[in-house]
Each structure stands twice: as C-alpha cells, then as structure tokens.
Write a protein that binds this ligand. Structure first.
Ligand code: 2NE
Length: 275
C-alpha cells in the first residue's frame, strides 16, 4: 500500500490511499497522549475524511513503537498540560475538545476502524471504544484510569462502554482501573479480532477493503441506526437525516422543490401511497 500524505501536522499523520484514510496520533514519546492541539488536528483530519466522497473507511491508529520499544494507540489526555479546568492549549485556554472528536467519529457516515497496538488507556481507551470496529494487536492493553488520576468520562466512556461490555464489566473497568490484555478485550466484546502486531495495518486494510465493496448508503444508514439505539434525539436526527437524503434523491421529493421554484402548486398525484 502506498500512502499519500494529505497535510503535514505537528501531532498527527494524515494519509490516504484508495478509498481509505489513515489518521495516526504521532506523539510516541507520550504514549500518544493528546493535548488540545492534537485533538484540533485530529478533528480537522476526520472532517476532511468525512467530506471526501472517495473515502469510505478511516483507519485510526497511534505511531510506534517508541524508542523504548513500547507501542501505544493513545494514553488519553496529556496530563502535563492539564490545568484547573481542562487541557490547556497554547493560548492558555482549558479544553476538553476530545468530546467534540468523539461525536464526530461516531456520527460521520464512514466506517472508522481503530487499530490498537499497545496502550489504549484513559481517554485513549474511549477513543477506540467509540470507533465502529477495533482490531487489536496481540500486545494491546486496554483500561480506564480516571478515578486513579482525578478524571472520568461519564459520557460515551461510561454509557457506551456499558452497552458494549455490560453494566457489571463496565463498572469493574472504571471502579478498579485495571489493565486488560487483547484476549480479555476480545472476550468482553471490546475488540473485533486480534492479530500479531506486525500484521495490524495489513489486517486493517483488509477489513477496510471488504467494507469498501459494500453499498455506501446501506453502510451509512446502518451506522446511523446503530447510533440511534443509544444516542437519543441526536441519534434519531442522524438516522432521520439519512431518510431525508434518500427522499431528496426521489422524483417525489424533487417535485416539491421544483413546484416551489416554478411558483406552481406541487403535483404529488402520480406518486403511490405504498402499503
Ligand atoms: C499508558 C501507561 C500505562 C504506559 O506506562 P509505561 O510504564 O509503559 O510508560 P510511562 O513511563 O508511564 O510513560 C512513558 C512516557 O509517556 C508519558 C510519561 O509521562 C512518560 O514520560 P517521561 O517520563 O518518559 O518523560 N506519558 C504517558 N501517558 C501520558 C499522559 N496521559 N500524559 C502525559 N504524559 C504521558 C502510563 O503512561 C499511564 O498510565 N499513562 C497515563 C494514562 C492516563 O491516566 N491518562 C489520562 C486519563 S484521563 C483522560 O484521558 C480523559 C478523561 O478522563 C476525560 C476526558 C478527556 C480525557
């Protein structure tokens, strides 16, 4: 696979190849912890992937191994820039902008696959959690740390985790802050499969190519449908947005617009009231 760099960033790598975008957190010296800048860059890259009609799948991963030989997907918020009210950016403004990124990844009508080698910890664990699929390397380690380091994610980090692994297990993960290996994660339904670390990207591309053979509209409606079950009115908005998109693509929908533009009454008489 030949990856083409889309744009050069400070904290991330953003590349594309046929139908696939790859977003890589590139701070291996910090186990790929994110600071506000990292998140703004990630947000921009994911927005670009969302807008690009040739892209159907995004692979989301972490750069590594670090010089000490250790891998990380992401170790959460960068604790060294954590101030009194969030993670402090260059202008001194405290932020929790990773929550915006979570919503974007979740709602974008493309399939986002997390490729996890090494640590997916804290807010980094939540980032893999909210991806559509997760492929784990055999060295992957999962866990939340919030109650240990004075933080918590009571949003998707709690409720969506419980949807995936069940209430008891989710409470265990948050209340005890243990680390879990790839096999344990697979048994909990937290990841889709485990591969040797050297095969991680290859496997991600294979899954992406299988998705890319499928119908884009079917996939986008299914993603919105899965979200609608958990996301309340925001989830229904996404699902309904797809219904509106499909309606605009019909002659019936177009007649309403056409009539308005032609300043005449709409004629819906020829369209059937299907059973
Ligand atoms: C990830 C983990 C378990 C790895 O342990 P180990 O022993 O392999 O590495 P080490 O030595 O801890 O880390 C290597 C270097 O990366 C830095 C460390 O400080 C260290 O730097 P040096 O001493 O070499 O200079 N590093 C690692 N994680 C960092 C981080 N998150 N922020 C800043 N520097 C970090 C181990 O490193 C670990 O437990 N890391 C912290 C995990 C954590 O608690 N993350 C924050 C959770 S809260 C959060 O993410 C959050 C939220 O709860 C709600 C909303 C938004 C975010």
């Amino acid at each position: 696979t030949t990856w083409k760099t889309v744009k050069t960033y400070e904290d991330i790598l953003y590349e594309k190849t046929d139908g696939i975008a790859k977003v890589t957190i590139n701070r291996p010296h910090k186990r790929n912890a994110f600071r506000p800048k990292t998140v703004f860059e990630l947000y921009e890259a994911f927005c670009d992937a969302r807008e690009d009609t040739s892209i159907g799948v995004v692979l989301f991963t972490g750069a590594g191994p670090h010089t000490d030989g250790k891998y990380a997907f992401c170790s959460g918020g960068d604790q060294s820039v954590r101030g009194q009210a969030g993670y402090v950016d260059d202008a001194g403004i405290p932020r929790l902008n990773v929550l915006d990124l979570q919503r974007l990844i979740r709602s974008m009508p493309k399939v986002v696959i997390a490729l996890v080698a090494g640590y997916a910890i804290g807010g980094g664990h939540v980032l893999h959690l909210i991806c559509d699929l997760t492929i784990a390397a055999d060295n992957a380690i999962f866990g939340q740390t919030g109650p240990k380091v004075g933080s918590f994610d009571g949003g998707f980090g709690a409720s969506y985790l419980a949807r995936i692994v069940g209430q008891k297990k989710a409470r265990e993960i948050w209340f005890l802050c243990r680390q879990y290996n790839a096999q344990q994660a697979l048994e909990m339904g937290l990841v889709n499969c485990i591969v040797p670390v050297e095969d991680l990207e290859r496997e991600g591309i294979k899954w992406a190519q299988e998705v890319l053979e499928k119908s884009p509209i079917a996939i986008r409606c299914l993603k919105a449908a899965f979200n609608a079950d958990c996301d309340g009115q925001a989830g229904l908005q996404e699902l309904a947005g797809n219904a509106t998109l499909l309606y605009y693509m019909t002659e019936e929908g177009a007649e309403g617009k056409q009539a308005f533009l032609e300043k005449r009454p709409p004629n819906f008489r020829d369209f059937p009231w299907l059973p």
